[in-house]
Design a protein around this ligand. Structure first.
Ligand code: SF4
Length: 278
């Protein structure tokens, strides 16, 4: 694919992500509505569902915060990385103008805006090698600041065990309250080193909402966390009720015997993501 077509395909991908909420997320919000007993939460859920519909009808972003664009690239041997990176950066610039996206990216100290959603170290692109792939699979995850700002990492004492880990995650969600625009998807990274745990917590948000980990002990951990988080009563946009999270996704890596890292990365109800194959 030449550079122009690649850039256009990537702009279309970004547009799909910020405008068209994936079916799995919408379905989980509809299910939550069926089980919600709090009247204020029901009003909020109806507003969210209407918001999703209007965004599609008007071809407009779901939320004014179109986030920081994080890219995940899965590839085999057939990849031109420099062409892909240049095209992603150009696509982000043009998408900011054409869709449009809110210009969110600033220098962290001077706060001067780059005006095109690119900058030093941004957009972040993660690569994962899969020798069986002929195509390149590109996924974009627009991450709003409301949810990202509630991210936390705990380097627990391994002696705190599973109960300590659950307490850490539940306390993090409680402390976040209504700030991440609940109902959230709770991404949890367990193990690895500190930055691996944070990476896994965010990457888990790409899974279908409510999908379960293939390994039994992590699947059971997801289920325990899901129950305890929804007992918190934070509720939709923090108004109270039965629905604080739509799903809990745990990913893990083995770790040092003296460590138990746990990272929590929340995703708001506008859990945007889109994938294309190039
Ligand atoms: S947290 Fe999500 S829904 Fe809330 S303002 Fe940010 S992007 Fe929008």
């Amino acid at each position: 694919m030449d550079a122009d077509r690649l850039t256009k395909a990537l702009i279309d991908l970004i547009a799909k992500a910020v405008i068209d909420l994936p079916d799995d997320v919408e379905e989980s919000i509809r299910k939550a509505r069926q089980h919600e007993s709090n009247k204020r939460a029901l009003v909020m859920l109806d507003s969210i569902l209407e918001n999703i519909k209007v965004a599609r009808a008007d071809n407009a972003p779901l939320c004014q915060d179109t986030g920081v664009l994080v890219f995940y690239v899965k590839h085999g041997d057939n990849i031109n990385r420099s062409l892909l990176e240049e095209s992603i950066i150009e696509a982000v610039r043009r998408a900011t103008d054409e869709i449009p996206l809110r210009a969110n990216i600033v220098d962290p100290l001077s706060r001067v805006n780059t005006d095109d959603n690119t900058g030093y170290g941004i957009p972040r692109i993660y690569y994962e090698y899969d020798g069986g792939l002929d195509d390149v699979e590109v996924t974009v995850l627009p991450k709003g600041a409301g949810s990202e700002n509630t991210t936390s990492i705990g380097m627990l004492n391994p002696g705190e065990g599973v109960d300590g880990l659950i307490k850490y995650v539940v306390d993090s969600v409680k402390c976040a309250g209504g700030k991440p625009c609940p109902p959230t998807i709770v991404g949890v990274g367990v193990g690895g080193t500190a930055e691996t745990a944070l990476y896994l917590a965010k990457k888990s948000l790409l899974r279908d909402v409510g999908s379960h980990h293939p390994v039994k002990q992590y699947r059971e951990l997801e289920s325990r966390l899901y129950g305890k988080i929804n007992e918190l009563g934070v509720g939709v946009m923090g108004v109270g009720g039965d629905t604080t999270c739509l799903g809990v996704h745990v990913e893990y890596a083995d770790c040092h015997t003296a460590s138990l890292p746990v990272a929590v990365n929340l995703q708001c109800w506008a859990a945007r993501k889109a994938t294309t194959r190039i």
